[in-house]
Ligand binder design. Structure first.
Ligand code: MN
Length: 741
């Protein structure tokens, strides 16, 4: 029987087989005969199931699962089970194959993983919290098998690598989601290479111009950089050999995204970012000599180059929670440039590059508190049935992005908490009861309030009282997801008790009005008072936020409760996404200043002040209006990934003559003429209106925030170019502002 006889054309068969052979070649050669048979079965099953399907690019669909399997094998170092699952990952979702079929052919383990990977397609378009729900399901399975999440990340990575043929609005949604969910997750699991690539790919779609610009400049400066790195490395390499080390030493370029972040954070131009690369020294060390060798290399490097004493990071003595170990330092290189150096062993390097899988491989004999601790915390979060999916994701995201501090119990036990964690976070970390009854703490033997922010190395003793009760204000300063969810839970319990009193009050009121205590009547009241739920309604009644005398009765044909007519406010309009979308659909996308905009009510978002020419999208608000955001607006990422179905494509048509407010940050040397020159260009030459100017000056450097009205991006760019050309001006950059008018 010929392999893939069910594939129609010879050309397709060839392409598919070529990809499959390349996958096999890259698998671990130690794959047993039985494993090979199973991998082949999975491949054939998937290839047949997907045989009628093509990707957007036109190629046979099966090339995608094969590519995902290859990422899983090569870039994550996972074994046959994961490879089989990656090959089958889209079958249950997109084809006739069922979980039972998979269980029958490949056993319970593979079926369990595929089940975790299968999305609930019906929920996809209907629910706002689809992403969060799906994510939650994912993590629940992760609690049993981390491969679900690793394959999911590989799936996303391949989709991001091949997104060019997608329509623009889908690219934006997928890219935002990647930045919001998958990159932090990859980071948390220690997959540094994957994380950087995901970030770069996201940026490629959400910030196209900036991405191209930095990539281009990196390419232009590559020769100079290589020469510098070689000059830097030479003496160290010679010395490593002289001292008998087996080591690799090389320069690593930083990712485009991290360079961009630095430019934004420090408000500098590309040319002023000095650490475009890091030097890495990887030594081949036996387990018992790892730490000593790394420090010896450190000492050797600092014999040649002066270290910056404030920039030494020792993640060998105390590894990061995701298992990362390395020694980082910054030294003064030739031509007075600071150079970052990373020193680690081959084992540490593999863990850092390939993450969890490599971690497994070396697990014996190494400390595994970090990752296990993380999985334990996730499991606890998921066990809590109270937590709303979206809340949960925000909480989770908080944890993913935070850096950590190390603090100690009075007995000297180490606890890892995020930066800015408070005494109360610490209390909840120890035990829920300790958190709920916490009234203060002793930090390094000094009495402090529960909101006190802990610092690295603090020793913390919690003081409790039986009378203490959690309250909502606590949420203002705790930052761990554990503390947040425990407090929310406790507060909800207390609210529930109060609501019960409100319910009894309302029941009595209904009785005196001789109105039935029915679901319909309650619903009527919930709508009228704009309560979130009946529980919320009861709560507001108990708290006297709702006045019971406003409720009167009347026997009508359809309802038997009536609200004072003069007080009836229009109920908040339901979001009619379909209606809005329908209006737009005829025009494909929302044309700002165009046909569709006459029928639809849109506004420009104040968080990012879009101006004609910016890359933008529309977002349907709760009132059914549309807000126009820039695609690189900080809010956009969260909007697009959480409420993708409310996003509409938007494009500028030729703009009417209308001025848009935008902000410019200008820095330069503070001299007498500088203000004059700036205002001359803005209002004199380009005839633009200035709304406000705020200026400060420190040590001879001048900082100015100018709010200017412009018509479009072309005009803005011309203005920026002109300003940059002025004498004494160092940098000019656009910034986003809340419009306070
Ligand atoms: Mn897929």
């Amino acid at each position: 029987m010929q392999l893939l006889e069910f594939i129609d054309t010879e050309a397709d068969r060839k392409v598919i087989l070529k990809a499959y052979r390349s996958l096999l070649k890259s698998c671990n050669p130690s794959l047993s005969k039985e494993d090979r048979r199973l991998v082949r079965n999975a491949f054939e099953m998937a290839a047949e199931a997907h045989k009628q399907m093509r990707r957007k690019s036109g190629e046979p669909y099966i090339l995608h699962p094969i590519a995902v399997a290859k990422i899983v094998a090569v870039e994550m170092g996972l074994g046959p089970t994961a490879i089989i699952c990656a090959l089958l990952h889209d079958t249950v979702e997109d084809t006739e194959i069922t979980i039972d079929d998979i269980k029958f052919s490949f056993g319970a383990k593979v079926a369990e993983i595929i089940d975790g990977l299968t999305k609930i397609s019906s929920v996809f378009d209907l629910k706002s919290s689809f992403q969060a729900e799906n994510f939650r399901k994912l993590l629940l399975t992760l609690a049993r098998d981390v491969r679900v999440i690793l394959i999911k990340i590989a799936d996303r990575l391949h989709n991001m690598r091949t997104m060019d043929s997608m329509p623009r609005h889908k690219q934006l949604k997928i890219a935002s989601e990647t930045m919001y969910l998958y990159a932090p997750l990859a980071h948390r699991l220690g997959l540094y290479a994957v994380k950087s690539e995901l970030e770069d790919l996201s940026m490629k779609y959400t910030e196209r111009d900036m991405y191209k610009d930095i990539a281009h400049k990196l390419q232009q400066t590559k020769r100079d950089r290589t020469r510098y790195i070689n000059e830097f490395i030479k003496p160290i390499n010679d010395e490593l050999i002289r001292q008998g080390f087996t080591a690799r030493i090389f320069g690593r370029p930083k990712s485009i995204f991290s360079i961009y972040n630095k430019m934004k954070k420090k408000d500098v131009a590309f040319e002023e970012v000095y650490d475009l690369f890091a030097i890495r020294i990887v030594v081949d060390s036996p387990p018992q000599k790892e730490k000593a060798d790394c420090w010896q290399v450190y000492s050797l490097v600092t014999d040649y180059y002066q270290p910056n004493p404030q920039r030494l990071r020792d993640w060998i003595s105390t590894p990061k929670a995701n298992g990362y170990e390395s020694l980082h330092t910054t030294v003064m290189g030739p031509k007075g440039r600071w150079v970052e150096i990373q020193i680690r062993t081959e084992r540490m390097d593999e863990v850092a590059e390939r993450g969890y899988a490599a971690h497994w491989k070396y697990k014996e004999g190494s400390q595994d508190i970090g990752l296990d601790g993380w999985l334990r915390r996730i499991r606890e979060l998921l066990k809590n049935p109270e937590s709303n999916a979206l809340d949960f994701m925000d909480d989770f995201k908080l944890n993913l992005f935070s850096k950590e501090i190390y603090v100690f119990t009075p007995n000297g036990d180490l606890k890892i908490l995020p930066v800015d964690a408070t005494a109360l976070d610490f209390a909840y970390e120890i035990h829920t009861d300790i958190g709920n009854h916490c009234i203060g703490a002793k930090v390094n033997h000094k009495l402090v309030p529960i909101s006190y922010q802990l610092a690295n190395g603090d020793q913390v003793e919690i003081i409790t009282s039986k009378k203490q009760r959690p309250n909502e204000d606590w949420l203002n300063f705790v930052i761990t997801s554990r503390a947040r969810s425990k407090i929310k839970h406790a507060v909800k319990e207390i609210r529930r008790k109060i609501a019960l009193q409100g319910k009894e009050m309302l029941e009595r009121k209904f009785k005196t009005l001789k109105v039935d205590f029915t679901h319909e009547n309650l619903h009527e009241l919930v709508g009228f008072f704009q309560a979130e739920s009946t529980l919320d309604l009861y709560f507001k009644i108990a708290n006297k936020k709702i006045n019971l005398t406003e409720i009167r009765a009347l026997k009508g044909p359809n309802r038997d409760i009536v609200l004072p007519e003069d007080k009836i406010k229009p109920l908040e309009q339901q979001i009619d996404v379909d209606k809005v979308k329908h209006t737009i659909k005829q025009n494909e996308e929302l044309l700002i200043f165009g046909e569709s905009s006459k029928k639809l009510n849109y506004q420009f978002a104040k968080c990012c002040n879009p101006i004609p020419g910016d890359d933008v999208f529309g977002f349907i608000t709760v009132n059914g209006a549309i807000k126009i955001h820039r695609t690189n607006c900080p809010n956009a990422i969260s909007l697009m990934s959480n409420y993708g179905y409310r996003v509409v494509k938007a494009r500028w048509t030729k703009a009417e003559k209308l001025a848009f407010l935008t902000g410019l940050k200008i820095t330069g040397l503070d001299d007498v003429g500088v203000m004059n020159r700036i205002t001359n260009v803005i209002s004199g030459e380009l005839k633009l209106n200035i709304r406000s100017i705020s200026i400060s000056s420190t040590d001879g450097i001048f900082h100015g925030d100018f709010m200017v009205y412009v018509n479009n991006t072309a005009e803005l760019e011309r203005l920026i170019d002109r300003l940059k050309g002025l004498k004494g001006i160092n940098a000019v950059a656009r910034f986003d502002v809340e419009d306070n008018s």
